[in-house]
Each structure stands twice: as C-alpha cells, then as structure tokens.
Ligand binder design. Sequence first.
Ligand SMILES: [Zn+2]
Length: 136
Amino acid sequence: MRKIFISILLALSIATCTDARMHVPPTVKEIENQYRVFNEQYFDNKLPKDVVIDYSESDDMASTMRMRDGRFHIAFNEKFVAAPRIMNLVLLHEQCHVRTWEEPLKHGPLWRTCMLTLDVTGAFRNEMIDNYEEKL
Ligand SMILES: [Zn+2]
C-alpha cells in the first residue's frame, strides 16, 4: 500500500512539474505567438514583427539569419527544442541576436548586454521557476 501511495505521489509530482506536451515540439504558430509575447514583454515591442520562423535548422539548436528582403529568419532544430521551456529560452537567445544584429561579433558585448538585461528583468526566472510572478 505504501509503495502504491508513493508511486501515485511521484506520478502527480511528475505531472505537475512537466508539460504534458514535453515531447511534442511547439508548433510554428505557437512559437510565433511566443515571439510576439516576448517582444512586448522584454523588448518594448521594438523587434521586427515580420520575422520568419520555422524548423529548418539541422545542426545547432537554432540560428538567426537576415534574408535578402531584410526580414529575419529564425530557424529551430526540433530535436533540441521539443520542451516548451527550452524553446522559450532558445527563442529569447535568438531574439537578442535580432536585437543586436548589426554587431560584428556573434555573441559580442551588445548581445551579452541584451541577455543580461533579460536576466535583470526576470525573463529567465519567469521561464525556469514555475509561478515565479505569483504572490505566495
Ligand atoms: Zn547565439
């Protein structure tokens, strides 16, 4: 009986600490929506709104490129970003690339400042700590 109780408790704790869709990558539509939310929440809505997002990255977790027409293209690798929490962290990383695109170094001082600003404003805590903004 005790083992059954512990098993049920473990199952419940797993169910409440993980996203049920953990192994289903977010859809492109969901990522685009999250991009909009983060743009408003952390970038004063100053990032371009016409960014192209897809799952065409095959080597790295994600990459950001600028296309000939001037729009940005953020490509994700669904092998690495199936968990929405990871997707959101990688998305914020890529949004800092969009923000600091003119910087010659890939992860130079401007990009780092962007990431540190996200940290100071609580972006990573909000993603990593469940219910971080709720009053307890
Ligand atoms: Zn990067």
